[in-house]
Each structure stands twice: as structure tokens, then as C-alpha cells.
Ligand binder design. Structure first.
Ligand code: GRF
Length: 198
């Protein structure tokens, strides 16, 4: 395919979103540089193994500054000629230096996308489901957004909502949300890259 775009997925944990993105990337026949993970014991390594795709470990060094970590990560992604980065439970904030490297003049945004487990701008941060649930929301949701320099503050691409049902505990609430994430994130990837001149 001419002009085949190459994606990378960054993950830190279970990797359930990474898995659905890998499957979608395969079905769209996108170029795939692999999963890049900063946590050596993350479950995503097992998923990658089952999927038969590479999962690269890139751990932070002791006392390493964020920008220095990002430079190493960027060097790896550049080596793999990555065009688009999808964050799937990646628990690090990316520096302006990293984001600038993926800045797209046409989009006027960086080609770095994240999924967040709340209806942003409500409940940014690392515990979206927990915070929404504890707050007693009647409706919550998930958000796919472009990544900017802030915390879960970039332009929103798509959202899906789900109800909190009577009798929900945090686990069932989270499960409902995660199922939605698994529908929405690959769908957005297909919309952004399916046409493929992006
Ligand atoms: C998801 O809820 C995602 O929205 C959030 O972190 C979680 C990652 O889950 N950013 P998984 O590793 O994809 O299973």
C-alpha cells in the first residue's frame, strides 16, 4: 500500500486497549511498529506474545528527567518511522519535546491520541472510573482525545457515555466503561487512519 502509515501503541498495564488496537491495525493493514511499555511486569507483554506482535520495554532510569526519557522513547519511535502514537493506559505525561516531534501542520495537532475513562473534561487524571464512581455520577463515559501538554486536556475526538445502574459496584461500573473503550478506540483509529493519506 503506498503511503502506509505506521502506528505505535504505548502502554503501562493490562493492555486490553492495546490488544483491540493491534487487531484493528491488522485489519486496516496499517504499518505497526509495536507496543512500547515502561513497566517490565505489565500484563501487556503476555497479550503481545499471544498476538504475536513485538512489545518493547522502555523503562525510566533512576532519577531520569521526563524529557530525557521522552527523548529515548522518541529515538526508538523515529527508528521505527512511526507516524501516529496511540496511548493505551500509558501512565506517563509526555513532554512538549515529544509532542512537537509528532506535530502535524495540517491537523494543527500532534498525532498522539489517548483514551481516558471519563467524560472529559470531568475527572481527568489517573483514576477516572474511581473518581466518577465516588462522586456518584448517574452517567459516565469514555473519551478519545488528542494529547496536548496538559493532563487529559487535549481536543476531544469522540466520546461515549454509559449509565451507572442501580446495584453497580466500582467493578461492574468499570467493566461497562472498559467495554465501551474497546468499541470506541479502534473505531476512532479507523476514522483517523482508515483513509490513510492522514
Ligand atoms: C483504561 O481504562 C484507559 O482508559 C486508561 O487506563 C486504562 C488502561 O486499561 N487510560 P488497559 O491497560 O487498556 O486494559
Amino acid at each position: 500500500m503506498p503511503n502506509k502509515k505506521v502506528i505505535a501503541i504505548l502502554a503501562s498495564g493490562s493492555g486490553s486497549n492495546a490488544e483491540v488496537l493491534v487487531r484493528k491495525a491488522q485489519s486496516l493493514e496499517l504499518g505497526f511498529a509495536g507496543i512500547f511499555c515502561d513497566q517490565k511486569n505489565a500484563v501487556v507483554f503476555e497479550r503481545a506474545k499471544k498476538l504475536g506482535v513485538p512489545c518493547h520495554l522502555i523503562e525510566a532510569l533512576p532519577q531520569e528527567k521526563r524529557v530525557d526519557y521522552d527523548k529515548r522513547l522518541l529515538a526508538l519511535l523515529t527508528q521505527h518511522k512511526v507516524d501516529w502514537v496511540f496511548l493505551a493506559g500509558f501512565m506517563r505525561l509526555l513532554s512538549p519535546h515529544f509532542l512537537r516531534a509528532f506535530y502535524d501542520q495540517h491537523l494543527k495537532k500532534s498525532r498522539v491520541v489517548n483514551i481516558h475513562p471519563s467524560l472529559l473534561p470531568a475527572f481527568p487524571g489517573k483514576s477516572g472510573y474511581e473518581d466518577a464512581f465516588t462522586h456518584g455520577v448517574k452517567v459516565s463515559g469514555v473519551t478519545v482525545h488528542f494529547v496536548d501538554e496538559g493532563l487529559d486536556s487535549g481536543p476531544i475526538i469522540a466520546q461515549k457515555s454509559f449509565p451507572r445502574l442501580p446495584g453497580d459496584d466500582l467493578q461492574s461500573f468499570k467493566r461497562r466503561g472498559l467495554n465501551l473503550e474497546h468499541d470506541l478506540y479502534p473505531q476512532v483509529m479507523a476514522e483517523l487512519l482508515g483513509g490513510s493519506e492522514c
